[in-house]
Design a protein around this ligand. Structure first.
Ligand code: BGC
Length: 756
């Protein structure tokens, strides 16, 4: 054993020696507290209200009478959300939390509140916080360390406002392009989502999930389980999912977060196979708490206990809804506007309809979360302890993430990068908007107030002007989003003018996509890009000037009507406050693009098929009269993404050609930069189980790594395939690895091995 390893082992042992007693002390304290608590105090801990409900909504000041009622009389344990649906200064946040906590001092046991917010790509509701690219873009980086660092910074800045709990990450699979929350996910692949779930959880919570220090926050994996695949594509509508599908695709990312020690899980607001997940004892208790061993807090989504009665007609009254949800395994109710939950739950326990053991289990989990955040000793934070808030260092991390996310999907005749001395027309509804770069959950729920907070950042237009000088840039929007309108409302603002201007320039940078939206508001009737945007694109293409299409959108909108006429296509997703700068650097060659698609980009609205489909989606012409065939032709495949350099893959090798299920297989491949500029490459390993008892997917991502190569440089990338990667969930819902042949594909390299 060398001295370095010995040193690491010593350090780990010391950490354990310090942490285990601390953890045991925390447990003792929780048990002592629990023994002292009355039923009312316990139920209060399970209640969470929105801060608005504790305020005078004319002045947006906390109202003492409401604080008395909520915190002292009802003994609520938790508060969420911003007030007045807008971002506030870090100082105002700290003052607010301090005041809330001061009211807990008036309670018998003085248990601190825990405050939760949706800090999902940075501290959403804190002015001047560093907003990162949204999750879908973070996934496109295929870079674990960027995701980790982004979460770390988000945690730090969230704590700057004294907020210790974030409702992030979203671990639903972004499978259906119609679904309005696709951009909140890590995309369509379970392996990628799981890897990023681990990084984001650790980034948020720090190295010790049982002792979260003041620079980290408790994270919340949401929305457990199967939320992202409603049959209709509309948010919060029913899904039909078989158990083996649920376990094969939807469960792994949540399992990864649980294994990484995530503190809380938020529940799917909708129904699976007719059962609202908030009432599912099987999903919440049997699967999550027992089978996966989740020890943290299960929190409802907004108003979702009430929804069991009012929306889903499953419960016969609000009280019955509380009974169903709490017995199913809910620990915290995001009520969020009244205290009926408390009255109902107290009555239910007294009647014997909810056992006290269930209440104790919930409260134990809640107290443990507060304890591990050290809230009993430090119920609020001080802004001055966070000097790095909004620093250049943090901004750089956000910029870096954006520059590794942006995905070059098409580059006809290597038109990109553009020369800096050429004339460019910038147009489109997304060209001069910070709102569209940031997307939803930015400064307000819908992201509709973003412009007020983002003057210091560069829209795409401003960034291009900075890059090549104002004199080289002209701008016509052509089409605009209607201010104050629905997210999809647009108006014509000079298509003809744009066409005329195009004749004076060398290139057109056309910025299309979507306006910001969040959740149900973003429901969609037509996946195609709007008629007005298509007209703008078509008319500009007809001028004969090369059009560089920039797509700034939360989900892949259909572009097949005009894409063939575009000279290049660059997908920026929702890249955050530095997305404009990162894009300009890529367009003009300061940065070499390296993002890859974490979703399939469909070509047609009726062909929404993921990359991990079954063989029947890609049938060759059959023989004979019934010569069925099926045509799989997405606009761009999962994993697509070009570079300004070229990479050659070679020497795909295995440690063995035959393994048993308990042996690991080492896989290596060499990647060489064969072009003229340095570049980063996400190396993706796909595995195909060639024959299986449940028709296998054609291929599945089972490994990835991002490397940086200078021109002429080669690197060998290594992967380990274990039983886990070789397994699938069979028809009996068991995870198994079946003997047989497997194929590994990395780049253009392929090789097979046998599992005995
Ligand atoms: C969303 C959740 C969010 C919660 C609290 C709900 O409407 O579905 O993702 O965490 O509100 O803001």
């Amino acid at each position: 054993m060398n001295s370095k390893i010995r040193y690491i082992i010593l350090l780990q042992t010391l950490t354990l020696l310090v942490c285990i007693p601390l953890f045991a002390q925390q447990n003792d304290k929780v048990e002592t507290l629990l023994k002292q608590m009355t039923l009312e105090e316990k139920v209060g801990q399970m209640a969470q209200v929105t801060v608005d409900s504790l305020m005078d909504i004319n002045t947006w000041q906390l109202k003492d009478s409401m604080l008395q009622k909520g915190i002292v009389d009802y003994k609520i344990g938790s508060v969420l959300n911003t007030w007045d649906n807008v971002a506030h200064s870090k100082e105002d946040w700290c003052a607010l939390v301090k005041k809330l906590q001061s009211f807990t001092k008036k309670t018998r046991l003085k248990i601190p509140l825990i405050y939760g917010v949706d800090a999902i790509h940075g501290a959403t509701y804190t002015e001047k916080a560093t907003l990162f690219p949204q999750e879908i873009a973070m996934a496109a980086t295929f870079n674990r360390s960027l995701v980790h660092r982004g979460a770390e910074i988000c945690a730090y800045e969230t704590r700057t406002g004294s907020l210790p709990w974030t409702f992030s990450p979203v671990l639903d699979l972004g499978i259906d392009a119609r679904w309005p929350r696709l951009w909140e996910t890590f995309g369509e692949d379970p392996y990628l989502a799981s890897a990023m779930a681990t990084e984001m959880t650790k980034g948020y919570q720090g190295t010790d999930a049982n002792n979260i220090d003041k620079y980290h926050v408790a994270a919340c994996a949401k929305h457990y389980l199967g939320y992202s695949v409603p049959v209709s594509g509309k948010d919060r509508t029913p899904a039909i999912i078989s158990e083996n599908v649920l376990r094969e695709y939807h469960l792994p990312s949540f399992q990864a977060a649980v294994e990484a020690g995530i503190s809380s899980v938020m529940v799917n607001s909708s129904l699976i196979n007719g059962i609202p997940v908030h009432s599912s004892h099987y999903l919440l208790t049997d699967l999550l708490k027992k089978e996966l061993g989740f020890k943290g807090v299960v929190v409802t989504d907004w108003m979702d206990i009430e929804n069991l009665y009012k929306r889903d007609h499953l419960a016969v009254s609000s009280k019955d809804a509380v009974r169903l949800a709490v017995n199913a395994g809910i620990d915290v109710a995001m009520i969020p506007y009244n205290f009926r939950f408390c009255d109902n739950l107290i009555a239910l326990v007294k009647e014997g309809a909810v056992p006290m053991t269930r209440i104790d289990d919930a409260v134990r989990r809640i107290l443990e979360m507060k304890m591990k955040l050290n809230l009993f000793n430090q119920p609020f934070d001080k802004t001055e302890d966070y000097p790095l808030f909004g620093s250049k260092e943090f901004e750089q991390a956000s910029y870096k993430a954006a520059s590794e996310a942006i995905t070059l999907l098409k580059n006809k005749n290597n038109i990109l990068p553009l020369a800096k001395n050429k004339k460019v027309l910038v147009c489109g509804p997304n060209a001069n908007s910070m709102r569209t770069l940031d997307g939803g959950w930015s400064y307000s729920w819908q992201g509709d107030k973003t412009e007020k907070f983002t003057e210091q950042y560069n829209t795409i237009l401003k960034a291009i002007q900075n890059e090549i000088g104002k004199n080289n840039v002209s701008y016509v929007s052509g089409v605009s989003y209607v201010e104050g309108g629905k997210y999809w409302e647009e108006k014509e603002t000079g298509i003809q003018e744009a066409v005329v201007k195009a004749s004076d320039v060398d290139y057109v940078v056309l910025c299309l996509g979507e306006n910001s939206y969040t959740e149900k508001t973003g429901d969609l009737q037509d996946l195609s890009l709007s008629d007005l945007q298509i007209k703008l694109a078509t008319d500009l293409a007809a001028t004969g000037k090369p059009v560089i299409l920039v797509l700034n959108e939360g989900r892949p909108r259909i572009i097949s009507k005009f894409e063939a006429n575009m000279a290049a296509t660059v997908l920026v997703y929702l890249p955050g406050n530095f997305g404009g700068d990162a894009l300009a650097d890529i367009l003009f060659g300061d940065v070499n693009p390296s993002g890859k698609l974490p979703v399939t980009y469909p070509r047609y609205s009726n062909s929404l098929i993921n990359y991990w489909h079954k063989y029947s989606e890609e049938q060759d012409k059959a023989e004979g009269m019934y010569n069925y065939e099926s045509d799989y032709s997405p606009q761009y495949e999962f994993g697509s993404g070009l570079s300004y350099t070229t990479f050659k893959y070679s020497d795909l090798k295995f440690s063995k050609n035959e393994i048993t299920a308990n042996e690991n297989l080492q896989v290596s491949v060499t990647v060489t930069n064969t072009g003229k500029v340095a570049g980063k490459e996400a190396v993706l390993l796909y595995l195909s189980d060639l024959y299986a008892s449940l028709a296998p997917d054609m291929k599945r991502l089972k490994g990835f790594d991002k490397i940086n190569l200078q021109p002429g440089e080669s690197k060998t990338v290594e992967f380990t395939l274990t039983k886990k990667e070789l397994s699938f969930v069979n028809i009996d819902n068991k995870t198994i690895a079946e003997p047989g042949e497997f194929e590994v594909k990395i780049g253009d390299q392929k090789a097979r091995f046998m599992l005995k």
